[in-house]
Design a protein around this ligand. Structure first.
Ligand SMILES: C[S@@+](CC[C@H](N)C(=O)[O-])C[C@H]1O[C@@H](n2cnc3c(N)ncnc32)[C@H](O)[C@@H]1O
Length: 277
């Protein structure tokens, strides 16, 4: 399904896009919580080492977790002594996060907030945060401009904004995974790769975050120039960019050829850090 990008306005069928995002995440919340738990393998093996390097969480750090889902990353940060405010547009996700409680000594402040609502972001307070993180969620938001505009005021000087998303070049909705078999020196070899047909055109499609989820969610796909440009235009400085792949992890190949663990030379995600000078 194609819907409007860069707006909270109606899609082609007249529905409000943000309400539709919220409705779908509410519906998928229990399934997401059961599969994500305190971080699934994709998160723990692929994302977390890069997030840890780029966020540099220290005890006492003040952190805003944007689009926190069931709060698994918030709890990981609280365990390391961070004071965390965790926000999400879906009240069911926030309920699920709250039901899992806190870990460590720090109480996490979970709130239902739309990260594309400028007034709500303004209400989080000025220059409060050492770190703002948005893990695997910018591609779930129809409009990232309000968040980009709010970040310079929310971050303290030299504060860090770290985000991860599905890799805009290799892990988008109409990408096709391919496995080819070849024989080299009498040895049969299977190589996994991706085929890409489009990249530059911003668009929205429905897709699955986790196979078996009750309803496909809306993805909003942007090329790197739009994605990074939204934050560069606000004067933020890009100072770290990682493309983790399972090749670096030593993870055992999965039985299913099309599992990302078999794509040794294709990164499924990017992890990016901006700072405020
Ligand atoms: C793929 S989940 C990631 C959850 C969490 N960051 C994690 O890593 O486990 C995407 C989350 O983005 C949230 N979301 C989507 N649009 C949002 C918005 N405009 N404001 C806040 N949260 C939003 C969804 O409700 C969902 O919980």
């Amino acid at each position: 399904m194609l819907v409007a990008m860069n707006s909270g306005g109606p899609d082609a069928s007249g529905r409000d896009v943000k309400s539709e995002v919220r409705r779908i995440w509410n519906r998928n919340s229990a399934f997401w919580d059961s599969r994500m738990g305190e971080g699934n393998a994709f998160h723990r093996v692929l994302l977390l080492p890069a997030l840890e390097r780029l966020m540099e969480i220290t005890p006492g750090a003040s952190v805003l977790d944007v689009a926190c889902g069931n709060g698994q990353l918030s709890r990981w940060m609280a365990q390391r002594g961070a004071h965390v405010i965790a926000i999400d547009i879906s009240e069911k996700q926030i309920e699920a996060a709250g039901a899992r409680g806190n870990s460590g000594e720090r109480k996490i402040d979970y709130r239902v907030i739309d990260a594309s609502d400028p007034e709500a972001l303004d209400g989080l307070g000025n220059t409060n945060f050492d770190v703002i993180v948005c893990n695997m969620a910018l591609m779930d938001m129809p409009d990232i401009e309000p968040l980009a505009k709010a970040i310079p005021a929310l971050l303290r000087r030299n504060g860090r904004f770290v985000f991860s998303v599905t890799h805009p070049c290799f892990n988008a909705s109409d990408m096709r995974k391919v496995a080819t078999e070849s024989e080299e020196g009498g040895v049969v070899k299977v190589t996994c790769g991706v085929e890409i047909r489009r990249y530059l055109t911003e668009r929205s499609e429905k897709g699955l975050a986790i196979a078996g989820q009750p309803e496909p969610q809306l993805y909003f796909e942007r090329p790197l120039s739009s994605l990074l440009g939204a934050f560069l235009r606000q004067g933020l400085v890009l100072n770290a960019f990682e493309e983790p792949a399972f090749s670096n992890t030593g993870e055992v190949a999965a039985a299913n050829w099309f599992n990302w663990q078999n794509f040794k030379d294709i990164p499924p995600v990017i992890v990016v850090r901006f700072t405020r000078s």
